[in-house]
Design a protein around this ligand. Structure first.
Ligand code: MTE
Length: 325
């Protein structure tokens, strides 16, 4: 790859923004990222004390036999030449409430999380209900790398190379019936391995949903890796969803179940605060969150503040799904 940095169209030049790193040194800035991580804040059901026993150690990655699938070839259609976000920052700034509410603690709390063996159930309105083993899935699916922008509802963002395959390939395997209009996704339920789940008031296991046309869209990715390696536990190992035109909470981690349903399913954050985190949740700079603006976003490694684009910059591909093309 060339080392010339191609500025994306939404880049705000330095003179238009005062990045946090101007007044914080890099070390302090990275520390501040973690401390600032109060998260999808403020619902009355937030019942967790953030710090339990901290499992110290390096950033863990996936099972060793999964290593051989990485790195996968980058798909030239998703290789925009953008500067990638610093891998270390990405791997230590995580929303994964099953482990901790504090972003820079999540990676220290995943030590007991067992990701091998791992099975995914596909059920509901399908011709062929399935239970697929993760190793089989990796064997069977054509893994590729794609560089995507990722925008959290908390107004931070990153640019990362995901490894995975289109969700449509998995859906096709189970042959959904014509009355399947939505897919509901579910995360594991193992409080003994995920300290944030123990005694929590959150409605775990985490659940999400997509319309069928959103799920079948070629941008919607089942991700098994990042930065050319198996997915680290704190980022949703061994398998998660990536829906790049929607706020990050739609990209559910560590999936164990897909269920095809006729009616619109409820989602985790929608249940907690329906006026703040509705089902659709497409990135939209024109619609502020009830408690903060969505017109700009902070890049998590540099602190640069850049403009947020409609559909997170993927409008050309997806606006038509919403009658907006
Ligand atoms: N999935 C589960 N199961 N639990 C979570 O807490 N957080 C979501 C999403 N998926 C979450 C989840 C939110 S709010 C965001 S922004 C992204 O994961 C963060 O992904 P990252 O840690 O890879 O940046």
């Amino acid at each position: 790859m060339s080392n010339i940095l191609i500025r994306p169209p939404w880049f705000v030049p330095e003179r238009e923004a005062t990045p946090e790193r101007v007044y914080l040194g890099r070390r302090e800035f990275l520390k501040a990222l973690g401390i600032a991580g109060a998260g999808l804040v403020g619902t009355s059901r937030t019942g967790l004390a953030a710090a339990d026993a901290v499992t110290a150690g390096r950033v863990p990655s996936g099972p060793s036999d999964a290593q051989r699938h990485y790195p996968a070839q980058r798909n030239p259609k998703f290789n925009p030449g953008w500067k990638l976000t610093d891998e270390e920052v990405v791997s230590q700034y995580n929303n994964f409430y099953e482990f901790s509410l504090v972003k820079n603690r999540v990676h220290q709390m995943v030590g007991k999380f067992v990701i091998n063996p791992w099975k995914i159930e596909i059920t509901g309105l399908v011709e062929k209900p399935l239970v697929i083993d993760m190793d089989e899935l990796l064997q069977e699916m054509p893994l590729e790398e794609r560089v995507y922008r990722f925008r959290c509802v908390e107004a931070w963002s990153m640019v990362v190379p995901w490894t995975g395959f289109p969700l449509s390939k998995l859906i096709e395997k189970s042959k959904p019936l014509s009355d399947a209009k939505f897919v509901r996704f579910e995360t594991f339920n193992k409080p003994d391995q995920a300290p944030g789940m123990k005694g929590s008031n959150y409605p775990f296991p985490y659940f999400e949903g997509l319309r069928m046309d959103e799920a079948m869209h070629p941008l919607t990715l089942v991700a098994t890796g990042i930065y050319g390696k198996p997915m680290p536990k704190q980022q949703g190992a061994p398998v998660r969803l990536i829906v790049p035109w929607k706020y990050g909470y739609k990209s559910i981690k560590s999936i164990v179940k897909l269920e095809f349903v006729a009616g619109q399913p409820k989602t985790f954050w929608e249940v907690l605060a329906p006026n703040e985190y509705p089902f659709e949740s497409n990135v939209n700079p024109a619609v502020p969150h009830p408690r903060w603006l969505q017109s700009t976003e902070r890049v998590i490694d540099t602190g640069d503040r850049i403009r947020t684009l409609p559909f997170n910059g993927y409008g050309d591909q997806v606006a038509k799904l919403y009658g907006k093309a």
